[in-house]
Design a protein around this ligand. Sequence first.
Ligand SMILES: Cc1cc2nc3c(=O)[nH]c(=O)nc-3n(C[C@H](O)[C@H](O)[C@H](O)COP(=O)(O)O)c2cc1C
Length: 367
Amino acid sequence: MSTLGNPIKLQSGVTLKNRAIMAPMTNMMSFFDGTITDNELQYYSLRSGEVGAVITAASNVQEIGQGWEGELGVFDDKHIKGLSKLASAIKKSGTKAILQIFHGGRMTNSKILRGKQPVSASAVKAERADAEEPRSLTDEEIIQVIEDFKSATIRAIKAGFDGVELHGANTYLIQQFFSPHSNRREDKWGGNLEKRFHFVNQLVDGVIKTVKENASEPFIVGYRFSPEEYENPGIRIDDTLYLVDQLSNKNLDYLHISLGDYQQYSKFDQTKEQTILQTIHKKIAGRIPLISVGNIRTGSDADNALKDSEMVALGRVLLADPHWTSKVLSNREDQIRHTVTEEERDELHLNTGVWMFMNAMMPERIK
Ligand SMILES: Cc1cc2nc3c(=O)[nH]c(=O)nc-3n(C[C@H](O)[C@H](O)[C@H](O)COP(=O)(O)O)c2cc1C
């Protein structure tokens, strides 16, 4: 029996009406200064109301943390007004609104930063074409980054969001502190595995404490992570098992894995005995709900993923069909739209940024 439509109560006291979550997806629709646009509000509104929660695109907590143009910002009080509109647009028919907060670290460039050099845990370039060497953050600056994640959380509370998700995945700054590739520090913020976890530990505890002190209603704090990296040295499953074990003992509402496919195996494990999702879910052992993700296209994919997780995140299917959830929950899967035509773009509020991304990264979804 499918559990996708079942509610789930999180430790903060927030109940999600079902287990389908809109995955965080950057849409490049915000103004140059990070404020929300009307088009972006419409894009979210269209995809809200059916899913249990919407996790927004990554929004940056510091100007120097901006990863790309058109990115949502939460680094200044001026953003609260637009973010309030965003929270309201999402919170319809019981859908909860979760703001993903992040810092790009070395995954940006001096053009996007208007001449400034990117920053990271250490002065090590990312392994990608045209990567720029970042500057290593000072001790004081690291403490300020954590303070700015806390300030962003307070802004999310003021704007009426139901929660924040700390974006510790997809190679951005939080992950850069945990990774042995980007973190070569020899002070308390780097070194062995435990020391590379220090930043995450301080950040998570700081944000949870901030919520306790500032939220008058139950407020979600989630954490997203990527289980492994290609780089050598890089994060491996054993590192992630340590991370997940530590985080499962904290007062977080959920962990959210980042995977391209929910059924994928570790790139380094030849035995292929269990998928990454199964390995992580076993380690958590029921201590905290896990959100799975990656190529979940049908109701039966969702049911399969829910064997090894408590919720599923849906990304690309919701770009093409904002009503995927109601169609699956009411046995109308034959009506799901899996591909989009140029003519349907306006109706789906897929602006130039997200359309370019779809053309480049998911041409199979374009007719
Ligand atoms: C257009 C696009 C933008 C994305 N932006 C983000 C993001 O801002 N933050 C994040 O954590 N993941 C981001 N992702 C990854 C998705 O959250 C998700 O993990 C991925 O798309 C796999 O799920 P899917 O197969 O259901 O699309 C993005 C994915 C897409 C397609």
